[in-house]
Design a protein around this ligand. Structure first.
Ligand code: NDP
Length: 247
């Protein structure tokens, strides 16, 4: 019997990077996966990879920032899959820039995707979790939400916001046997970080005691732990996965 045998997990931003690694890890542990992405093609590609692991998969293309669209997508997926055991709010973006030049659009797009997106999906599935009296919600925050970063005020605010959101929802759902935790990745090699220049990357590397960047699979391991039976008495916590960058 695998760790997550016959559970159903919804992974937002599952089409690439960390979300894809999470989807494949949870599927490898026996879960069926709903892959949510902005782009249908990416969601479908990862859904096919999940199916190749012998699990059921559904691809859902929806913008997590679009509340009514998320509500409609969640209703359809609950009709199809009947239950949701694990929700991983992972979809996220950056629109970096120093504060004095940051536009309203860059602020709003980041907050609406990273923070409000998690709100939309959690709200849409809240009753399902509460009714089941079991489940796991895992929000992907960031070390930037803990310590800030020049040029990322919008991103840091969204990721710090996710931590307060995690703690509040953890308190709301604790009596129902549903745990809600956050994972705060450090620097992980994905499309999101590929665009940073080499000087910046070298500076970041110097701040990592373990002297390497993380892989998407490093985050997937932490998510899998929080989703699994061993984490049943852990809720409202932030698990930092960053090679020791923040301690
Ligand atoms: P990527 O850019 O590689 O992938 C982002 C994923 O999120 C894609 O699947 C993308 O969909 C999806 N997505 C983005 N916006 C939306 C939206 N509005 N609606 C639905 N899906 C959306 O990012 P990472 O894998 O690097 O990051 C994943 C999460 O981890 C993010 O929340 C990020 O902030 C966080 N994180 C990443 C770190 C890193 O170093 N990489 C460090 C700390 C935290 P599509 O494929 O369709 O574009």
């Amino acid at each position: 019997m695998k760790l997550l045998e016959n559970q159903v997990a919804v992974v937002t931003g599952g089409g690439r990077g960390i979300g894809r690694a999470v989807a494949l890890k949870l599927a490898g542990e026996g879960a069926d996966i709903v892959v949510v992405s902005r782009t249908a093609e990416n969601a479908q590609k990862v859904a096919a990879e999940v199916q190749a692991l012998g699990r059921q998969a559904w691809a859902v293309a929806v913008d997590v920032a679009d509340g009514p669209a998320v509500t409609a997508a969640a209703e359809t997926l609950v009709e199809q899959v009947k239950k949701v055991d694990i929700l991983v709010n992972n979809a996220g973006i950056t629109r970096d820039g120093l504060l004095m030049r940051m536009s309203d659009a860059d602020w709003d797009t980041v907050l609406n995707t990273n923070l409000k997106g998690a709100f939309h999906f959690t709200r849409a599935l809240f009753r399902v979790f509460a009714r089941q009296r079991s489940g796991r919600i895992i929000n992907i925050s960031s070390v930037i939400g803990l310590i800030g970063n020049p040029g990322q005020a919008n991103y840091a605010a969204s990721k710090a916001g996710l931590i307060g959101f995690t703690q509040s929802v953890a308190r709301e759902l604790a009596g129902r046997g549903v745990t809600v935790n956050a994972v705060a990745p450090g620097f992980i090699e994905t499309d999101m970080t590929a665009e940073l220049n080499e000087t910046l990357k070298a500076n970041i590397l110097r701040q990592i005691p373990m002297a390497r960047f993380g892989a998407a699979e490093d985050i997937a391991e932490a998510v899998c732990f929080l989703a699994g039976p061993g984490a049943r008495y852990i809720t409202g916590q932030v698990l930092t996965v960053d090679g020791g960058m923040v301690m």
